[in-house]
Design a protein around this ligand. Structure first.
Ligand code: NAD
Ligand code: TYD
Length: 375
């Protein structure tokens, strides 16, 4: 039977996937309330949610998932946000019955130069949320139960480590994380699992492959290449460019999470991927070709001439590839977007949203870029 929830707490909702997920949910389920709980780190940006900021079913709360007092006040329904969220009727659900946990430090390169923030947010922050959910959902006085609440933990395929030329990650692949980012996400996955098995917390985990699409912070490969190419800057490809990633359009990740929320079996993990493997160098070339076609009078044509091979990432995982059969067979999920259409829509979005790009690439971004790429 399908689960339904009334009030979602989306952590990290001002980031790339979280903001796409909030738009997705508000449009798919006009009866649900969404509280976006985000610390607004360098990666979080309320510009990502301009379209929905006036929606009566949406509220933003600025805060850190490591702040236990704040998390407790939200989960107890005692926070100010509830007064404005349910102004007319006390009959509406006063409590958060579903947490969708995106908040994380998410960039592998940053985890190599500064791992501590990853441990704090990804491990301790997740622990904090799990503890608070346990306290508020499982206590005898709670109006909720494991049947009427859910903790959806959003994770990554990177916890499984690196593949050789053959094979795919399944849900049974042993964890072998290789970067501080993936190690911290693996730690959070283990905690989420343990809270289900030990305490009976209703947890479902998703492990997804690389996402691309609108609102992705331009430190990640796809938006970085699009924006650098538009500006005639070098397109940095790490090492030999032969590392392989499995790319999924962000909306398809959102629909997978939605299905896992409604139908995922408690305590289970679901791999989510696009059956869409690309070598880094090929994806960079494809973006260049689409830009050549889209902007025939660009002074930077052919954009491929901007490709520059740079020093490899330390411990760079060679290949990720997801076997997404379980979510397909159990929940009926398949991606709706082909890579051909998704990547074109993404490039179009970045071309049409230069103001957003300008805003997010201010201050801290410039310092990071200079440190990472040297110019
Ligand atoms: P992102 O970096 O774009 O967004 C992360 C968000 O979390 C930001 O809004 C940031 O402000 C917020 N945040 C960070 N620390 C916080 C804290 N301590 N308290 C509250 N908020 C905090 O990340 P993303 O790419 O949208 O990824 C979201 C989630 O999906 C992550 O858990 C990531 O591991 C997972 N994931 C990402 C991908 C991908 O390709 N991007 C793939 C699979 C899984
Ligand atoms: P990224 O978008 O950082 O995602 P992840 O490391 O989580 O997979 O990188 C995707 C791939 O692109 C990865 O193999 C590293 C590579 N890459 C480059 O070659 N150059 C770059 O400037 C960046 C940011 C990434």
């Amino acid at each position: 039977m399908e689960r339904t929830f009334k009030t979602f707490l989306v952590t990290g909702g001002a980031g790339f996937i979280g903001s796409n997920f909030i738009r997705y949910m508000l449009s798919a389920y006009p009866e649900c309330k969404v509280i976006n709980f985000d610390a607004l780190t360098y990666a979080g940006n309320l510009e990502n949610l301009k379209e929905v900021e006036a929606d009566p079913n949406y509220r933003f709360v600025k805060g850190d998932i490591c702040d236990r007092v704040l998390v407790d006040s939200l989960l107890s329904g005692g926070h100010e946000v509830f007064k404005s969220l349910h102004p007319q009727s006390s009959a509406l659900s006063p409590v958060i019955d579903c947490i969708v946990h995106f908040a994380a430090e998410s960039h592998v390169d940053r985890s190599i130069t500064g791992p501590e923030a990853f441990l704090k947010t990804n491990v301790m922050g997740t622990f904090n949320l799990l503890e608070s959910a346990k306290k508020h959902w499982l206590s005898e006085s709670s109006s909720l139960s494991p049947q009427s609440s859910l903790f959806l933990h959003v994770s990554t395929d990177e916890v499984y480590g690196s593949l050789g030329d053959e094979g795919h990650f399944t849900e049974d692949t042993p964890f072998a994380p290789n970067s501080p980012y993936s190690a911290s996400k693996a730690g959070s996955d283990h905690l989420a699992r343990a809270y289900h098995h030990t305490y009976g917390l209703p947890v479902v985990t998703t492990n997804c492959s690389n996402n691309y699409g609108p609102y992705q912070f331009p430190e990640k490969l796809v938006p970085l290449v699009i924006l650098n190419a538009l500006e005639g800057k070098p397109l940095p490809v790490y090492g030999d460019g032969l590392n392989v990633r499995d790319w999924l359009y962000v909306d398809d990740h959102c629909s997978a999470i939605d299905m896992a929320i409604r139908q995922g079996r408690l305590g289970e993990t679901y791999n989510v991927g696009g059956w869409n493997e690309w070598k880094n160098i090929d994806i960079v070339r494809l973006i260049c070709q689409i830009l050549d076609e889209t902007i025939p009078d660009s002074p930077n044509r052919p954009h491929e001439s901007l490709i520059t091979f740079v020093k490899d990432r330390p411990g760079h995982d060679q290949r990720y590839a997801i076997d997404a059969s379980k979510i397909k067979e159990e929940l009926g999920w398949t991606p709706a977007h082909t890579f051909e259409t998704g990547i074109r829509e993404t490039i179009k979005w970045y071309l049409e949203n230069s103001d957003w790009c300008e805003t997010v690439r201010s201050g801290e971004y410039r310092d990071y870029y200079k440190h990472q790429y040297g110019s």
